[in-house]
Design a protein around this ligand. Structure first.
Ligand SMILES: NC(=O)c1ccc[n+]([C@@H]2O[C@H](COP(=O)([O-])OP(=O)(O)OC[C@H]3O[C@@H](n4cnc5c(N)ncnc54)[C@H](O)[C@@H]3O)[C@@H](O)[C@H]2O)c1
Length: 344
């Protein structure tokens, strides 16, 4: 895409969704300000949260709906920070109205939705991207450095896991129809990390799901997310990635992710790591902190893309890859068979 704006300040941002769970709206607007963009408007149906936005960004325009914001405001970049099932419909609405769009992760719930968003952006000649801030987490940056150094050899497998023994919470993340399922919230981050590490095309996906254990105690009843979801992803170069997110885990595993190579293992927590290297009978363990995350790089890149035509790091096609895996995993679990990937 050709540069669209002379200066980053000409990028007028409208945030959609100013929720209270993590106050993500404030974080986005602050990061965009750091990248030189101009906070212009917030659209949020919850009047109390809209009042918080007005207090945190004095003078910002406030709207109760996206329709109203698109009609009345001159925002040219819309950021969607809403529950997962709203990402595709809201993005399509904004893209068709000729606005650039940044969508919080996950990009969408299905591959079909991703394709529709990509087609709409192309038709309107605008950008659509996903806020994969964790692309710049210290843990994955360290993992990439270690893998590239060759110290753990060639990657054999990557295991991603988050386990707990707990009823899903009352928030919308525990509704399967709103969130997409248990794998969509943190699973999309895990897969985006793994896709950075495995330099190969996705070949096929097998999904597993256990349902019904917590549903009786959950406010979402039959619509409660799976008790456990799993995806096994096979890549063309022979590497496989497993993803397990579970609420039935009496003995949660160490680490968030584990990369096993032909010489050793890289075990990572969010803020620290261990490198375990085997040489014959000798085992060497090195422990250390991860570097600090560099989330600012996301909006710095978006601004440089829109003003100078620099290549976008998180393209829509890149953001579709983890969604394609999640979509295939859900379908595979339902059908009880492995499914071939259409988008590698
Ligand atoms: N990248 C990250 O590190 C990170 C961290 C937290 C959340 N998230 C993502 O941010 C998104 C929002 O999560 P959250 O925790 O902030 O949720 P939240 O429930 O705190 O906020 C969602 C807000 O969206 C509003 N909303 C719902 N439908 C709307 C619509 N049609 N138009 C305008 N506003 C609407 C709700 O009123 C609510 O205030 C999710 O996609 C989540 O996965 C990402």
């Amino acid at each position: 895409m050709k540069p669209r704006f002379k200066n980053a300040a000409d990028i007028k941002v409208g945030v959609v969704g100013y929720g209270g769970a993590f106050n993500m709206g404030r974080m986005h607007l602050q990061d965009m300000q750091k990248a030189g963009m101009t906070p212009r408007a917030v659209a949020e149906p919850d009047a109390a949260r809209l009042a918080v936005a007005a207090q945190e960004f004095p003078g910002i325009q406030t709207y109760a709906s996206v329709d109203e914001m698109l009609k009345k405001s001159d925002v040219n970049l819309v950021v969607l920070i809403t529950p997962h099932n709203t990402h595709a419909p809201l993005a399509l609405q904004c893209l068709k109205a000729g606005r650039h769009v940044v969508c919080e992760k996950p990009f969408a719930i299905t591959t079909k939705e991703c394709n529709a968003m990509i087609a709409a952006a192309k038709k309107s000649g605008v950008m659509v991207s996903t806020f994969h801030n964790r692309h710049w987490d210290g843990s994955v940056m360290k993992a990439l450095e270690v893998v590239k150094s060759g110290v753990i050899g060639d990657i054999v497998r990557i295991e991603c896991h988050a386990g707990q023994w707990a009823k899903p919470g009352d928030w919308w993340r525990s509704s399967r129809s709103i969130s997409g399922g248990i794998l969509y919230d943190w699973g999309v981050h895990f897969l985006e990390y793994a896709l950075q590490l495995v330099d190969s095309e996705i070949s096929e996906v097998t999904g597993f799901a256990k349902q019904g254990f917590w549903a009786a105690q959950s406010k979402w009843g039959k619509d409660t997310i799976e008790d456990e979801g799993q995806a096994v992803v096979r890549f063309r170069n022979g590497v496989w990635v497993t993803l397990t997110i579970t609420h039935i885990d009496a003995n949660p595993k160490r680490g968030m992710m584990e990369i096993t190579g032909t010489k050793g293992t890289f075990l990572w927590e969010y803020d620290r790591h261990e490198i375990i290297v085997r040489d014959g009978d000798r085992t060497t363990v090195t422990k250390g902190p991860n570097p600090k995350e560099q989330w600012d790089k996301y909006y710095a890149n978006v601004a440089a893309h829109l003003t100078k035509g620099e290549p976008l790091v998180i393209t829509a096609e890149w953001a579709r890859r983890p969604i394609h895996i999640l979509d295939l995993a859900v379908q595979s679990a339902k059908q009880g068979r492995t499914l071939k990937a259409k988008y590698a």
